[in-house]
Write a protein that binds this ligand. Sequence first.
Ligand SMILES: [Zn+2]
Length: 671
Amino acid sequence: MTNVLLQDWDTPFQIAPFDAIKDEDFAPALDVALERHRAEIDAIAGNTEAATFANTIEALEAVGHDLNKVLGTFYTVAGADSNPAREALQRDFSPKLAAHFAEISGNKALFARVAAVHDARDGLGLTDEQARVLMLTHRGFVRSGAALVGADEARMKVIKGRLAELGTSFTQNLLADERDWFMELDEGDLSGLPAFVVDTARAAGQEKGAEGPVVTLSRSLIVPFLQFSTRRDLREVAYKAWTARGANGGETDNRAIAAEILALREERVKLLGYDNFAAYKLETEMAKTPEAVRDLLMDVWKPAKAQAVADAWVLEQMMVQDGVNGPLAPWDWRFYSERRRKELHDLDEAEVKPYFQLERMIEASFSCATRLFGLEFKPLDVPLYHADCRAWEVTRKGAHVAVFIGDYFARGSKRSGAWCSAMRAQAKFPKVQAPVVINVCNFAKGDPALLSYDDARTLFHEFGHALHQMLSDVTYDSISGTSVARDFVELPSQLYEHWLEVPEVLREFAVHAETGAAMPQALLDNVLAAATYDMGFQTVEYVASAMVDLTFHEGAAPADPMATQAQVLEEMGMPSAISMRHATPHFAHVFAGDGYSSGYYSYMWSEVMDADAFAAFEEAGGPFDPEQARALETHILSTGGSADAGALYKAFRGRLPGVEALLKGRGLHAG
Ligand SMILES: [Zn+2]
């Protein structure tokens, strides 16, 4: 019998038949899929006819169908619902896949054909999209080392395989540290915690098999614990455990892994002729150079730090009034900040939360997409990989657009954070293929499930990524959806967060879980005003992480990344009561893979654009202005990576934005 992963799926919209897939199916399916892909590649490389766009570049777009199915399915469950078997598979797969793709990018005959088409590009009469795919394919080969020969080529292969392994170990160590640590709380330890935190702590205790409530390292539990617990001693213990993830010594320690990753990255790009990893990495980005990134970060750092220092002084006075002698420690910031927030905005998380029901926020994110883009969402009953997952069919004027899957709740088998991925990307070649898109979050479970305002923003954020995938309208898979420059990919997601802030959206969907009443105007005003509260802190913890990331990759790789991290923070004058948002041993963005390495700045780069892009709506007919919505879809949401990111933005807005829009959006003041 054929492996279910390799069959044609006759499920609705050919969604992976999760109920029929067993963990033991993945390894044999991958082997067959890799073998088929290899044969397809060999056929393209070994073609005796002269290389053409169709028989080389387009042919490459058409292959790997089985591989995409197997990996799209596997990585969905490995990230969102792991278990020891899946962790073992992931460890086996990553060197295998690295070797497979290294074999393709190192295929001399194939590269010769790609280079031949590239050389002849001006006379081929290609469409803009085809020319773009050709440029990207050729550049991808060159950057991965296709032009290397002999010892350099062999070394490159070793480096890439090792980097893939190290990235997987980094992630798994982090997951292990997050899963293993918890702190049991006696009834007396619950002091200051609102009911929703206690409920979450009790649910977590049950999951861990503890007698009573526990604090875990899940962001949705530890952050509210740090905000509300009056027990400074427990906050300190919890905070230290949280920030020690990946740095606990022993088998799960990530510090040596980080150093090895940085050294290998440097060696890798030097083989390709780049000065350093950042120069290599930024070549394909909208920012283009490390200098441009540093300038942006430092422009933001100065006003953010000034704000944070002023805020720290206020918080320390509050602490002293509490009879606690300073200095303000990192485990104090969220607690006193929460109290100050309450004073300034009279905004109590526990009072706000009942208005942000998960169900209503999902509806809100859908409703905005209906008004802006005419999308409609209908629940879809299909077997998924976990009982908490839900699916919807997305249509427009009755026509199928995509399948959207939401997997919202935190659980031990899910890695932390929130993300969007396409189990199947949109494409029209070799045949029309509608996307299957998934949003994964880590919201606390409850009945009804209630979100913080930040959680609700996360939901809108990930849904913005999902729209980028679902509205994609390109021919080729390789440039579909979110396959864009890294410092551009957060534009649709961060932009979509703005619709949560639209008062009429909040009035309709932010209704009380028990009474059904709309959020009172005063509370609503406060929620909006509070959205830029503590931006000094948030900007500082973020920019510090981005600067450390850039520094790691800008010069020679540091032998001791922890020492370099300390030095960067020292030079920046990092306020002592604030830590990096992600310190090196758990900086998964940078070390779990290559995705955000020397690219963590990109969230802020995108924020420059999202503030400016939303202003386009405000300057026109308002947040639902149909002309602007059409322009956004035409030039950004549907175009994927079919043109340079700067060009796409200019087509939408007519110009490029500056840093002022970002500072205004964060409530910070330049100079
Ligand atoms: Zn994002």
